[in-house]
Each structure stands twice: as structure tokens, then as C-alpha cells.
Write a protein that binds this ligand. Structure first.
Ligand SMILES: [Fe+2]
Ligand SMILES: [Fe+2]
Length: 190
């Protein structure tokens, strides 16, 4: 059995108790949830705009017509989501501006390397779907959080708009699942 002194030493060695691991906030760190919410909106605003730029390349590299049209539809939806985010900024009385989203930048980079690492056809299509679904899941997680933040802050109109986008992201993910199951996986297995 451990004595109290040993337990105390163990506790002080655990990461949650280690002051050396405490991160110093940046000078522009969010002071409250509302400021953090606005920061997160800037992050996804950058991400949606980056997607508008990246989706045409994905569509151009798709072979299955169902995948190409799913990506084209997603592009149109994404452009609308950018406009919807601008409405959210307006509702909050904030300027619509982007802040680089490192997570989405990384996912897009991975998408690019999947294109380089695959021959055009069924396998590249499978890769495009894999990359797209990772992006959708990132968006679903992000909008889920944003809806919760907006509700907590009593920003109900903003919450409604963000919930519309959340529903669209879930729908896009379902469509990609169908495309994968119906077309691409069948061809890949041949
Ligand atoms: Fe989106
Ligand atoms: Fe999306």
C-alpha cells in the first residue's frame, strides 16, 4: 500500500497537476465564450472558403459521374454556407472575416496527396470519397459545437442558421456514403 507522501508525489507528477505544461494565453486570447464563439466562426468561415477553392479540383479528378455530380452539388451548397455564415456574423454585429483553420488546411493537404498517390479511376474515386468524408465529419463536429455555443449564448437566430448548415453537412456525408456504396466500391472490387 502507498503512503500519503507517495500519493502526493504521484499526483504532483501527473500532467493535470504540472504547472510546466500550462499554456500561456496569447495576447489576443478569447476572454469569454462569446469571443471564443466568434473566433470559431472565423475559423469555419476560412474553411468553407478554402473548400470553395478546393472542390473543383476534386470534381475534376473524379471518374464516376455520381461522384462528380455529388461534389458539384456540394460546391453549390458550400457557397451558400459561406453566405449563411456572413448572415451569422451580421446577426452578431461582427465583421465576417476568416482565420486560417489549420485542421481543414491539413485535411485538404491530405486530399492533395491522395490524388498524387492514386491513378485516375475507381481507386482515386475511393480516395476522394475518403478525403471528402473526413472533411464532412470535421464540419459536422464544428457546426455541432457552434450550434451549442450559440444556444448557450442565447443567440437563437444564429443557432438556427448554424443548425441548417449542420443538417446539410450530415446530408452531404450520407450522399457520399451512398455514392461509395453504390458505385465506387462496386467498381473497385471488380
Ligand atoms: Fe460546409
Ligand atoms: Fe460540407
Amino acid at each position: 500500500m502507498k503512503n500519503p507522501e507517495e500519493i502526493k508525489q504521484e499526483k504532483s507528477a501527473s500532467p493535470s497537476k504540472n504547472n510546466d505544461l500550462m499554456v500561456q494565453p496569447a495576447t489576443d486570447a478569447a476572454l469569454d465564450l462569446r469571443a471564443f464563439f466568434v473566433d470559431c466562426l472565423k475559423d469555419i468561415y476560412w474553411a468553407e472558403n478554402a473548400l470553395v477553392g478546393a472542390l473543383p479540383k476534386m470534381a475534376a479528378n473524379a471518374t464516376a459521374p455520381s461522384l462528380g455530380s455529388a461534389i458539384e452539388a456540394h460546391l453549390a451548397m458550400t457557397k451558400n454556407q459561406v453566405v449563411r455564415l456572413e448572415s451569422v456574423f451580421e446577426l452578431l454585429g461582427e465583421k465576417a472575416e476568416g482565420k486560417k483553420c489549420e485542421a481543414l488546411a491539413g485535411l485538404l493537404k491530405e486530399g492533395d496527396s491522395i490524388l498524387e498517390e492514386t491513378m485516375p479511376g475507381a481507386v482515386r474515386d475511393a480516395g476522394i470519397i475518403a478525403a471528402s468524408q473526413k472533411i464532412e465529419h470535421y464540419e459536422i463536429a464544428t457546426y455541432g459545437t457552434l450550434v451549442a455555443f450559440a444556444k448557450t449564448l442565447g443567440e437563437n437566430d444564429a443557432a438556427k442558421l448554424l443548425a441548417q448548415t449542420l443538417a446539410e453537412e450530415k446530408e452531404s456525408d450520407c450522399i457520399l456514403n451512398e455514392v461509395a456504396l453504390n458505385a465506387v466500391n462496386i467498381i473497385a472490387a471488380e
